[in-house]
Design a protein around this ligand. Structure first.
Ligand code: THU
Length: 130
């Protein structure tokens, strides 16, 4: 899939966001190593802590369908500034694909690509266990 198409899938998911508390809507699209794509949105909760970010929604959908390796993930938000994944989402990405790329899309459709290793230096995953 082209980068433009992958970005569009993430942007489209903004409409699905369930964000009645923050009103901060986010969409995501993750591309697996076989080229398949899973999308997600943020899903908030009245108790706040169960909230799931768009990135994790997309990744967990992919993992639950049997995909464990990812090439890249797009995160789209309606802000001027690029929205970078939170620390929890970075750690979830690190579990599966330390060398994946993170593409951020802002409200104008501009993009910035950053390797996960740069967003989470000295990251911890299964290779660090005894
Ligand atoms: N959020 C995401 O879905 N992804 C990000 O990269 C940043 C934050 C969500 C979580 C919460 O629903 C809302 O944005 C405000 O933090």
């Amino acid at each position: 899939m082209t980068t433009e198409d992958l970005c569009q899938k993430a942007v489209d998911m903004i409409e699905r966001a369930y964000a009645p508390y923050s009103r901060f809507r986010v969409g995501a699209a993750v591309e697996c190593d076989d080229g398949s794509v899973y999308t997600g949105c943020n899903i908030e909760n009245a108790a706040f802590t169960p909230t799931c970010c768009a990135e994790r929604t997309a990744i967990f959908k992919a993992v639950s369908e049997g995909h464990l390796r990812f090439r890249r993930i797009v995160v789209a938000a309606e802000t001027e500034e690029f929205t970078a994944p939170c620390g929890v989402c970075r750690q979830v990405m690190m579990e599966f694909s330390p060398d994946m790329d993170v593409i951020m899309v802002n409200r104008e459709g501009r993009t910035q690509t950053v390797p996960l290793r740069k967003l989470l230096p000295y990251g911890f995953n299964s290779e660090n266990l005894l």
